[in-house]
Design a protein around this ligand. Structure first.
Ligand code: ADP
Ligand code: ZN
Length: 208
């Protein structure tokens, strides 16, 4: 099963991706996580990516496509994968088609007006990578799942978040129409509790 997760920043794709990964045993390929790992390790790709990510802009298509193509060619993706955060532009979608067949595109749909608050209230775990909203943490400073330290992503400040949402509307939203025409799109109402969203996701994937 080759799955793409679409959805705006803050729509909960990352959370759903880790749930799907656990349940269906698919590797979770997140371009955001891959870039952040490169940034941490100060690779040349990381240095380049940082200059875009910190401003809330997209990294260039060519380097992003190459990174994904290399990742999907690895052994663990042979039986299927879960792509999170890619494609984000029409160029990327067209490039992706050239090297894999996508079975299903899940669009996690959340009203744009709710995303700013979701993102600026987001806390991420240093250790397991999971993210949580401050409202759910009740003041806790450590990860409810693994106890790791929580931090605020550098691109989750209000100004950068606004840029990311603008980029989503101007570049990524068109992919919804693109995949609807291709017949692979499934829309999921993401404006509900994590478990309810996941129940719908599961239904769709089991029917594939
Ligand atoms: P979110 O979905 O919450 O915005 P991600 O972790 O998926 O966050 O991505 C963080 C940043 O990494 C993006 O704002 C962008 O700068 C960069 N990035 C991730 N995926 C891509 C992509 N497919 N193309 C270009 N840039 C990307
Ligand atoms: Zn954790």
């Amino acid at each position: 099963m080759n799955i793409v997760l679409l959805g705006a920043p803050g729509s909960g794709k990352g959370t759903q991706a880790s749930l799907i990964g656990e349940k269906f045993g698919l590797p979770h390929v997140s371009t955001g996580d891959m870039f952040r790992e490169n940034i941490r390790e100060k690779t040349p790709l990381g240095v380049l990516a940082k200059s875009y990510i910190d401003k809330g802009q997209l990294c260039p298509d060519d380097v992003t496509v190459r990174m994904v193509e290399d990742r999907l060619a690895r052994e663990d993706c042979k039986k299927g994968f879960l792509l999170d955060g890619f494609p984000r532009t029409l160029e990327q979608a067209k490039a992706l088609e050239k090297f894999v067949k996508i079975d299903c595109v899940l669009d996690i749909d959340v009203p744009l007006g709710k995303l700013l608050r979701r993102l600026t209230g987001r806390r991420c775990c240093e250790k397991c990578g999971e993210s949580f909203h401050v409202d759910m943490l009740g003041g806790a400073e450590n990860c409810p799942k693994c106890g790791g330290k929580l931090y605020i992503r550098k691109d989750d400040n209000e100004e950068t978040v606004q840029n990311r949402l603008d980029v989503y509307v101007s570049q990524t939203e068109t992919l919804i129409d693109y995949y609807a025409q291709a017949g692979t799109l499934r829309r999921i109402d993401g404006d509900r509790a994590i478990e309810e969203v996941f129940a719908d996701v599961e239904k769709v994937l089991k029917a594939l």
